[in-house]
Design a protein around this ligand. Structure first.
Ligand SMILES: NC(=O)c1ccc[n+]([C@@H]2O[C@H](COP(=O)([O-])OP(=O)(O)OC[C@H]3O[C@@H](n4cnc5c(N)ncnc54)[C@H](O)[C@@H]3O)[C@@H](O)[C@H]2O)c1
Length: 331
């Protein structure tokens, strides 16, 4: 395999994945709705000259078709992410995921190009029985609650991929669990908390911080995707890519505070509905079972949380321009 197309490749995961694939000797083509100059993190990490960039929407079939010409594989990352986005604009969030995945997967099948679909741990919703293996039930709230649109759209997109797989599409589905690291969206829990702590503000502790999460360092996520691409024999299945070391959000916040020299600081307690609107609903525990990725891909998350946080803080401190401007703009 020599040339890879990444949709949504200018984003957080796509930037790290591009760097890894280039280091592994691949040629990378990126199709993204944004222009590279609107994604300074990509330029900081990769250098826009090293890849072929095409600016288009994944729902534009002709552009996707021509971007697939001459590639050996496509990783489909393009999506609108973040709770604020899907609460504010559920129609766009659903359409980019559904229509975008349909177009990319159908065109990939037509050209016999294998597809790696980057789904999400969100598809399990708030299933209370953890750890979740890849066949665990989806448990969500009603469609009248916009909060579940991303989870549901990703799930429908997976149905499309499985369906086209039955018609001959070679595919892997990967489901990242709470990825974090340099370049993470400034509105995400870890980045927003660091931003506040660095400025002497209290971090926000939502709903008491009792939620259990498995924060997974970006290098591990990218390693899982890269291992999948190297294993045609592992096609036809979904893989959880998540740390198997659960922590509560309150504990995670203590690690962040310690890392920026503010151990023991009192955090500001808020209800999640304060940030995301009334009726906001959340899974109390999001924990993966990862035996399948271990067995089929030889993948294990290698980065412990404290080390990943240290690397994230170091990057933020070296790239204050990104952190300041985007974090301020996001508020
Ligand atoms: N970051 C997370 O917490 C997380 C967790 C699980 C799964 N994922 C999935 O991983 C993938 C990448 O996420 P990310 O964190 O890099 O997000 P990101 O927002 O940093 O990157 C997404 C990229 O997709 C592009 N994009 C959005 N709509 C598009 C469209 N219509 N056409 C073409 N490009 C479009 C954006 O411009 C952006 O560069 C997404 O599919 C997301 O659902 C992310």
């Amino acid at each position: 395999m020599r040339r890879i197309l990444l949709t949504g490749g200018l984003g957080f995961i796509g930037s790290h994945l591009t760097r890894r694939l280039l280091a592994d000797g691949f040629e990378v083509r990126v199709l993204d709705a944004a222009r590279a100059d609107a994604r300074p993190f990509f330029a900081a990490l990769v250098g826009a000259d090293e890849v072929e960039l095409r600016c288009s929407d994944v729902r534009t079939r002709d552009d996707v078709a021509s971007a697939l010409d001459g590639v050996d594989c496509v990783v489909h990352l393009a999506a609108q992410i973040g709770v604020r986005r899907y609460v504010a604009n559920p129609v766009e969030v659903a359409d980019v995921i559904y229509t975008g995945t349909k177009v990319v997967a159908e065109e990939a099948l037509r050209r016999e190009v294998p597809l790696c679909f980057v789904s999400s741990s969100e598809i399990y919703g708030r299933n209370p029985v953890v750890p979740w293996d890849e066949e665990a039930d989806r448990v969500t709230g009603p469609p009248s609650t916009a909060r579940w649109v991303y989870s549901t759209a990703k799930s429908v997109a997976e149905h499309l991929v499985y369906g086209l797989g039955a018609q001959g599409l070679g595919f892997w589905i990967v489901r990242p669990f709470n990825p974090y690291g340099p370049g993470l969206d400034p509105g995400a829990f870890i980045t927003a908390s660091l931003w506040r702590l660095r400025r002497g503000l209290p971090a926000l502790l939502l709903d008491g911080g009792r939620q259990v999460r498995c924060f997974t360092y970006i290098d591990d996520i990218v390693d899982g995707i890269s291992r999948a691409l190297a294993r045609p024999d592992a096609q036809g299945a979904a893989y959880n890519l998540g740390n198997d070391a659960p922590t509560t959000v309150a504990e995670a916040l203590e690690v962040l505070a310690r890392e920026v020299g503010r151990a023991g600081v009192t955090h500001a307690r808020r209800e999640a509905s304060h940030l995301f609107g009334r009726g906001y609903d959340e899974s109390s525990s999001r924990v993966p079972r990862i035996d399948r990725a271990k067995d089929a891909l030889g993948w294990t998350p290698a980065t412990i949380f404290a080390d990943g946080v240290r690397a994230t803080v170091a990057w933020v401190d070296d790239h204050g321009w990104w952190f300041d401007e985007t974090a301020v703009a996001a508020r």
